[in-house]
Ligand binder design. Sequence first.
Ligand code: ZN
Ligand code: ZN
Length: 123
Amino acid sequence: MVFGRIQEVESSVGTKMQNRGGMVKDIHEQIKLDTHWAKRYYETQKKVLDDYEKDVNKERRIRRRDCKTCHYLRNGVAGQALTRFECRLCKASGTNPNTRVPKYCNKCSEKFDMCAKCGAEMD
Ligand SMILES: [Zn+2]
Ligand SMILES: [Zn+2]
């Protein structure tokens, strides 16, 4: 039974919960820690939405031909590797500094005032 095991470990007292994903040593400490991380997650998300709403990097964003969603919300996990891609409109080929390749080249993106990454209207 899991609960019994937790209490057993609990008696070995006061150890810091740094081993994420390991055994739970002190369930109360663990809850406190995970609550902290959950709040941090909320705050991070909130900041991201704030940035989005205020469009804090507008200049840089436009220069990179990102719509607000791509720039603020979709900019996670991309491998750092020069990747070749082909524009879906004019078929021009280009290179991208990471593995999340854009849909369109910058030229088409500028011409139609759309996001190079996803093709949404630029705002
Ligand atoms: Zn193009
Ligand atoms: Zn986009």
